[in-house]
Design a protein around this ligand. Sequence first.
Ligand code: SAM
Length: 333
Amino acid sequence: MTGLVDSYGRVHRDLRVSVTDRCNLRCTYCMPPDFADWLPGDHLLSIDELMTVIEVAVDNGVTGIRLTGGEPLLRPDVVDLVRRINALPVPPRVSLTSNGLRLVVLAEPLAAAGLERVNVSLDTLDRERFAKLTFRDRFDDVIAGIEAAQRAGLRPLKVNTVLMRGINDDEAIPMLRHALEHDWSLRFIEQMPLDAGGTWERSEMITVDEIFSTLATAFTLEPVAGRGSAPAEEFLVDGGPATVGIIASVSKPFCAACDRLRLTADGQIRNCLFARDETDVRATLRDASITEEERRSRLAALFASSVLAKLPGHGINDPLFIQPARPMSAIGG
Ligand code: SAM
């Protein structure tokens, strides 16, 4: 095993696997309410195909798999997938990013199948605001899902929040208070240019500096050392042990330490969230003319070539930056 090392010496150990582009919410910054540009059903990888790619990735040094989407819990075989990943000879850590809606039903079975933890996305504590932001009146289901995940032992329970100007930017402090009271590990994420509508405006984005300054009026925040390749910069809140994370993808990119690769639900490897090129693995997975051994060796070569083509940074702050053709929901956040 040589590992997936790029031209800048970054070793790739984390694979984000999107298992569907479908979602049961319509978060305004991700997917327009009338979105209908779904991936064709026959392009979606089957559970066996997903497992083949994951096995090759693990054989090549990947130690963490995060299932995402779309909404990963809409995939009927998601519990089986977690179980099969955990049954690998050297199982990677398996986590999941979810909107939480189906956790009430699935938290227990997922934990029993070997899921280590879950990140739940929640942008507001206000029920009406939630319905406006997501076009679905499902706030109570998210809260129930978070509670179910905590009962199932999926800890630390991380909650991801995107703040938007004039929409929920007054919730930074209440969100953190609520998180401290309910044992959530809260992380604020800067809004990125990845919406299907192409409406992102830099001037409208709430930057990490703004979030930090707001939080600092109510809490003492001390940086936690040893961030490694983690996207979030963590701060001890009021002396700890609780922390709050801030993910500054736009204003303070962390590409130099990036160890992440992505697999889209239709079988394309992406070496960056903002990449404009993808490496197709679906054709190799479905090529009936080759042996299993050849298939795996070709897949390993495709991973290696994607990693070698990775740019030093995502380029969002470059004047020539062009938003990827796929929205976040089809890439896998
Ligand atoms: N459905 C799952 C969920 O809600 O977490 C997983 C997929 S979702 C695309 C993953 C994460 O991406 C969520 O935390 C969401 O808030 C975030 N996200 C989506 N679009 C974004 C954007 N334009 N900027 C920043 N974060 C975004």
